[in-house]
Design a protein around this ligand. Sequence first.
Ligand code: FE2
Length: 426
Amino acid sequence: MFDLIVRGGTLPDGRVADIGIRGDRIAAVERLPDDVAAGEVIDATGDLVSPPFVDPHFHMDATLSYGQPRINASGTLLEGIALWGELREIATVEAMVARALDYCDWAVSMGLLAIRSHVDTTPDHLNTVTALLEVREKVRDYIDLQLVAFPQDGLYRAPNGRANLIRALDRGVDVVGGIPHFERTMEEGARSVRDLCTIAAERGLPVDLHCDETDDPLSRHVETLAQEVSRHGLEGRAAGSHLTSMHSMDNYYVSKLLPLIAEAGVAAIPNPLINIVLQGRHDSYPRRRGLTRVKEMQAQGITVGWGQDCVRDPWYSLGTADMLDVAFMGLHVAQMTHPDEMRRSYDMVTVENARILGLRDYGLEPGCQASLVVLDAGDPVEALRLRPARLAVISKGGVVSRQPRGDARLGLPGRPESLRRRHLPG
Ligand code: FE2
C-alpha cells in the first residue's frame, strides 16, 4: 500500500520505473504490480520524472521589485547595487515577505524546491534578515530555503558590515557570504576572504562568496578562497559564486588556478542569465561574454552548478523561476551543446546543485525524500529544448502543483507529440 504512485515515468538516467511513495519518503523505484493499492496514482507514461530543481544562488530579498524605486537605466551591476541600496531602506518587512512568498509560488510551479538565497546584511535594521527568516519558516513544508549572510556593500567597506553579518549569523542564517571584489582594495578583499572562512570554520557553517564578479582579470580572490578552504578543512561546503573574472584571465594563470580550486574542494556557481547581461558593459568590440570557465573547471573535477541569481529586481528585468531557462542560457553561453554536455547541464540544475547545497536524502531512490517533478518531455535534453509544463510537482510526499499538458510557448497547445521526439534522430 502506497500513499501515492507515479507510474511509468522515464528517469533522467533513462530507466523506466514506477515510484511508490509512503509519507514523505520514496518507498519503491521499480515496476510495481498493476493492482497494488495506492491513495493516488499519477500516470507519467512517456514523461520525464526528475528529482526537483535546485537553485544554489538567488536574492530573494530583492526579487519581484523591478522598477522600485525606478528601473536600472544603465543596466550595470553598480547601478543595480545603488538602486537596491535605496530600495532596502524603504521596503517594509511585510512587502519583502509578500514578494518572496509570491516568488516561492512561482518556484513551486516550476518544480524548484530547494533554493539558496543570499540576504543583504548591510543595513543596521536587518529588515531583510527578519523578512527572509520568516519566509524560510513559512515555506519549510514545501521548499528547502537556505539563507546566506551577504554583506552587499562590503564586509569592511560598509559601516558595521562585519558586525551586522555576525548579527545575522547569530539569528540563524545558515551560510557565510561575502563580496571580496567590492572591498576597497585587493588586500582588503583578500583579508575579507580569510576572515569569512575563519568565521565559517569556527561556527561549522558553509561559506559561499560572491567572488570576482568583475571583468578585471586581476581579480583573483578565488585563489585566496581555495587556500583558506584547504587551511580550515572546509572542503565540500565552500563555493565561489560568479567567478566571472576567470573569463578574462590569462590562460597560463588559469592553468595554475583550476587545480588549486579542485584540490581545495571549492564548488563554482556561475549565473548565466545575469552575467551575460551585466558583464562586458565597459567593452566596445569584441565584447566579452563574462561567463566563467565552466567546461574547463568540470574537466578538472570541480563541481559546477548553474544559479539563477535574480528574477525581476534591480539587476535583471526578466526571469521565471524556471531553472531550465537558467540551464538553457548557460549551455548556450558556455557552448555545451553536445548531448552529453546538455545532460550535464540538466544535472547542474538538479543533482550537482543538490550536492553544493548539501541536501540530504535528495534523489530518486528508495529512502530519499519524496520530492520530484513530472515534466511534459521524454528526457533531460528534450526538457531543455522545450522547457515544458511541469505536469505534477510533489514535495515531501504531497502534490503541490499541477499544470496541463501541452507546450503553449511553442504555440501548439494540445499537440505535444508534434514537438516531442517526432523530428529527433534515433
Ligand atoms: Fe548574486
